[in-house]
Design a protein around this ligand. Structure first.
Ligand code: ZN
Length: 450
């Protein structure tokens, strides 16, 4: 199946079709046996010709100028940065495609004619597709737009849409709780680091649980201020475990005198139950180090998980700058902690670094950060769920291997070091060192039999 309908049927290159096959399919000059030289009319490159006898970049650049500058395609002076950023994008085909997307020509015509400052808001009005995100990333990397945390930016909009559907009396509580408390806290703690998907999910869940409680109180004719501890516990017990996430709402309401002295009991944290056997761990590590049919990112992420029990979110936040290579040894920089790598793992990290470096050269027009595990969109690292599934697909048990490695480390490291090192919380690390003090052989044996 040809990717493009106007590509040559035989070589699948996008070239002018000058002949037909016996079956009536179009073929290009070279495939028809005619020696023609294809070169872009504007820049002379003989790379893939896109449209109107121009390469993709020249075609996109010309169309962009026409869209911004109207009839005579003269780019207004205050849009030159915008035009040159997109003309230089590492993936001109995506720019060419974007120019044909719904509402884009109208937007370009508008900003070409207006003196208004170009902001993220202009792109927010377009559908949030990978192409729109790519264009935004290119404009951010070129400093045409200010950097912005899209997850953080999306939360208030989500909260407003959520609150708009809540009954009016509930909004009296939920609006200040969402905007002045939850979002304020998130903004404060994420001033210097991007918001993780888990934090985004947690904030939504907290707001949903608060609404569920208010709905329940409504149905039972209980005002929030009159809610008693036994009633609160009834509601908690009637529903799923996640209802305990209402704790922060209760604390907020208490602090403002909106609710009495209520407590949401903490759920006991279950001890980790999934472990690998020593043989299993060794076999997976051996494959990560030596199986060249496995993708390099899976081998590297797998080896680092199996040896050091790193939290995936921590692993994914690594950039090429975090790899310190003095030609003899390779050290990873984990939040200021130096982790020296064994030679075989160092080789994997070096190979992945070189691969990412190459890719980043193409992608740096859309990303200011060279991630060690880049996602489809170069400005963002791979999703944690995606990495988890990718490891499993290649026979690496992410959770079991991480737990086993972490347990081995917890026997030697104090909790504070373990927390910094693996990217887990201090309370979680304290639990791990607690587990490590027990008789682990019995413990693991009992768990692996389940
Ligand atoms: Zn060209």
């Amino acid at each position: 199946m040809r990717e493009h309908p106007d590509a040559c049927f035989q070589c699948e290159q996008r070239r002018p079709l000058i002949g037909v096959t016996g079956a009536g399919n179009g073929i290009c000059g070279p495939c028809a046996g005619v020696d023609l030289t294809y070169a872009c009319q504007r820049c002379g490159t003989s790379e893939e010709i896109f449209r109107e006898q121009m390469c993709t970049r020249c075609f996109a650049t010309k169309r962009l100028a026409e869209a911004l500058g109207g009839e005579d395609a003269t780019i207004p002076a205050h849009r030159e940065d915008f035009h040159s950023a997109l003309s230089a994008a590492g993936r001109p085909r995506r720019v060419a495609y974007w120019l044909t997307c719904d509402r884009v020509p109208a937007l370009l015509k508008y900003i070409g004619a207006s003196k208004e400052e170009f902001t993220h808001r202009h792109l927010d009005d377009l559908p949030n597709t990978p192409t729109t995100r790519y264009i935004r990333d290119v404009l951010v990397a070129a400093a045409v737009l200010q950097p912005r945390d899209d997850r953080l930016e999306a939360l208030p909009r989500w909260a407003d849409a959520f609150l708009a559907q809540a009954p009016l009396p509930h909004r009296k509580y939920l609006t200040p709780f969402a905007h002045w408390f939850l979002l304020h806290r998130i903004r404060r703690t994420h001033r210097h680091r991007p918001l993780r998907a888990s934090t985004q999910h947690q904030m939504r869940s907290r707001l949903r649980r608060a609404l569920e409680l208010l709905d329940w109180l409504d149905r039972h004719g209980i005002p929030l201020g009159k809610l008693t501890q036994p009633e609160l516990e009834t509601w908690l017990e009637e529903g799923p475990e996640k209802r305990r996430e209402v704790r922060i709402f209760i604390t907020w309401a208490r602090g403002r005198g909106l609710a009495g002295a209520l407590e949401v009991p903490r759920a006991p944290v279950a001890a980790p139950s999934v472990f690998s056997t020593d043989e299993g761990q060794a076999e997976q590590l051996h494959r990560c180090l030596s199986d060249e049919t496995m993708p390099l990112d899976v081998r590297t992420a797998g080896a680092l998980t199996l040896l050091f029990g790193l939290q995936h979110t921590r692993l994914l936040e690594l950039t090429l700058h975090d790899i310190i290579d003095n030609d003899t040894d390779v050290t990873l920089n984990l939040n200021g902690h130096r982790l020296p790598l064994p030679p075989e793992v160092a080789q994997l990290v070096r190979a992945l670094r070189d691969q990412c470096q190459k890719r980043w050269q193409l992608d740096q027009t859309a990303s200011t950060t060279p991630w060690l595990f880049p996602g489809q969109e170069p400005a963002r690292f791979l999703g944690a769920t995606y990495l988890y599934l990718k490891l499993r697909r290649h026979g690496i048990a992410p959770l079991a291997s991480r737990n086993t490695a972490r347990l081995a480390l917890a026997t030697d490291l104090p909790a504070s070091v373990l927390a910094d090192f693996t990217g887990t919380s201090i309370s979680n690390a304290t639990r791990w060192t607690g587990y490590a003090k027990r008789d682990w052989l019995d413990y693991i044996a009992s768990r692996t039999q389940i």
